[in-house]
Design a binder for this molecule. Structure first.
Ligand code: SF4
Length: 374
């Protein structure tokens, strides 16, 4: 479980400042991580999902006439790609915009600007039937399995609802018997019995309910699933079962995941690559092994130093952050992290760093590692 970041008053000495010349050894020389997912062969494949300069702002209205008085910059100019067959983990503190990013990709929340290209098709430009068909290929598993399942409906209807919406001549899901067969198949693929389809959500445990949430996503035979904190509402003893199930399903059905979590141990366990978000911005993205060996962005180092290591004997770098996370309603100018960064420089508050590739596949947005600016 990730522990809260420690306030500045308790801070020890700041870590040594990194420079472009003083970059740690490349990822290829890094020790392999203990994560069990088979990672070989994934990272060379083509992108299935490309997110380009995505912005999602939420307007704030105030005054007697309810005029717009500002925006919450939940996701601000994020560009990212997810390769076919991989799991991209997205981490960051609460409120950093990772869930909004996942929902914007699926258009459950409408983006303000930018492009989401899925398998060569711009999702933002789709409407009506074409959007409906695309939604079949892009599914989501929600954080809270109880609130995401309608308590008044049996499981057959909860899962069957999506099938009915996607019914056509080819799949025949308009017919009850074919729909029920598909519901039963999905339940079996997540380790539940077919006959459970007649039960209601309250008759299941938390872990079983999350399996039903996964079965609902799987029933539509998607290519891509946004897993939005899928285990954070579960008991610790159940979490590993659900994580292993997700990993098995990825192999069996050749799925691609965008895996959102605040628990770094969970992200390290399932991910091939990891993206780190801070206050609506993507600040670092790299292969898991590269990130484990060379955490470049000061925020990434602070985030990982606050997590409990898998090996209690392991020596961890201690990075202490000052202050609170600024409001996304009024984010700081320049680098958004400059108000808390232990390595802040004069230009950090004036010039926003761009996400720059410092090694193949390893991108970071920080003036310590290059001069790229917007
Ligand atoms: Fe810190 Fe941001 Fe400056 Fe990098 S660019 S040193 S993260 S304040």
């Amino acid at each position: 479980m990730t522990e809260p970041l420690v306030p500045a008053a308790d801070a020890g000495a700041a870590p040594p400042k990194s420079t472009p010349e003083a970059l740690p050894p490349p990822a290829a020389e890094a020790a392999p991580t203990a994560a069990p997912a088979e990672r070989a062969g994934r990272n060379g494949s083509q992108p299935l999902l490309q997110i380009e300069h995505l912005k999602t702002y939420f307007p704030i209205f105030g005054g007697i006439f309810r005029r717009k008085v500002g925006d919450v910059y939940a996701v601000d100019d994020v560009s990212l790609e997810v390769k076919k067959g991989e799991t991209l983990g997205l981490v960051g503190e609460s409120g950093c915009g990772k869930t909004t990013l996942g929902r914007s990709v699926l258009r459950l929340t409408e983006p303000t600007a930018g492009r989401v290209v899925f398998d060569g098709i711009d999702v933002a430009g789709l409407k009506g039937d074409r959007l409906q068909k695309m939604r079949r290929r892009m599914q989501i598993v929600f954080q809270d399995p109880m609130s995401s399942l309608n308590p008044r409906m049996p499981i057959s209807d909860i899962i069957g609802e999506g099938l009915l919406a996607q019914a056509d001549k080819e799949n025949g899901w308009a017919k009850r018997d074919l729909r029920d067969k598909r519901v039963g198949d999905s339940l079996e693929s997540v380790g539940l019995r077919r006959e459970y389809s007649r039960r209601y959500p309250h008759e299941f445990s938390g872990g079983q309910r999350q399996r039903i949430g996964i079965a609902r996503a799987l029933a539509l035979q998607p290519d891509f699933i946004v897993c939005d904190e899928p285990v954070s509402a579960l008991d610790v003893s159940i979490q590993s079962q659900v994580l292993n199930l997700l990993l098995d399903l990825r192999e069996e059905f050749e799925l691609t995941y965008l895996f959102i979590a605040h628990n770094l141990s969970v992200v390290e366990y399932v991910s091939d690559r990891v993206g780190v978000m801070y206050l609506g911005k993507l600040v670092e993205v790299a292969d898991l092994a590269a990130l484990a060996a060379n955490r470049l962005h000061p925020y990434t180092r602070a985030l990982f130093s606050a997590a409990l290591p898998a090996d209690p004997e392991a020596v961890q770098e201690e990075v202490i952050l000052a202050g609170e996370v600024p409001s996304p309603l009024n984010p700081p100018p320049g680098c958004r992290f400059h108000t808390r960064c232990p390595e802040v420089m004069p230009r950090c508050s004036a010039v926003e760093p761009s996400l720059t590739e410092v090694r193949p596949g390893h991108r970071v947005a920080c003036h310590l590692y290059g001069d790229g600016v917007h």
